[in-house]
Ligand binder design. Sequence first.
Ligand code: SF4
Length: 289
Amino acid sequence: METRVASPPNSLSPSRASDFMQCPLLYRFRVIDKLPEKPSPAATRGTVVHAVLERLFDAPAEQRSLPRARSLVAGEWERLLARRPELRELFAEDGAELARWLAEAESLVERWFALEDPSRLEPAERELFVETKLESGLRLRGIIDRVDVAPTGEVRIVDYKTGKAPPPQFSDGPLFQMKFYALVVWRLRGVVPRRLQLVFLGSGDVLTYDPDESDLLRVERKLLALWEAITRATETGDWRPSPGKLCNWCDHQAHCPEFGGSPPPYPLTVQPRLPEPRTEGSEEAEAEA
Ligand code: SF4
């Protein structure tokens, strides 16, 4: 059996940043305890669809057709199984279910053709791993689905989502992830990406945003504050559950106090908390109290 070694976090990705913002305890379970999670058909379908959209660009532009893309789905599923044989259990008892699932993956690929024309795109990068270290020492990392660079040098960052677009009032979450990537690209290449583009295959929507430097500096400040909070929780072992909609999909209810469970023993050393430094202001406040 695989041994999972607990270790303090040393970098931040958009998904883990979003975990911490939604529920610090979930972040702990995933990043520090590294508790296993059950694979889901929806997440696995997302992985297959992403692989198809990436692989299609291996072909010359004129051959990037819908039938070709559809034909890649089953092959990418097999390739994924070769790397992660445990996924076979998702459909072990129901061949019809697997056929339905593959057909849904093909529909998502088909919808992409209504939103973008791959024969007119030449991505500069696909599935690009990016990592940078900010001046503060915070390391940011992630994988960008696609980077397009115009002849003028303008950069567009593209991310595919196999789910539906959120209503406009909830678009900050997915845009935060894109601004995170934009900040990393800016720090790495010295160029603020011209456009961030989210392609929602589940609903057929495209959300775009053109960031500027002040946007990205705001994101950087937010990430630094988040990292401070994560560092504090790591040292004190104080990871609060924050129940919400996410609980319905959370694999860790059995370990969550909100559901009557107990977290496993904290695997890291808890640092003793030093008393808050006394300042002139606080002394005055005490004297007035
Ligand atoms: S069940 Fe809900 S509150 Fe508990 S860890 Fe999971 S997301 Fe957090």
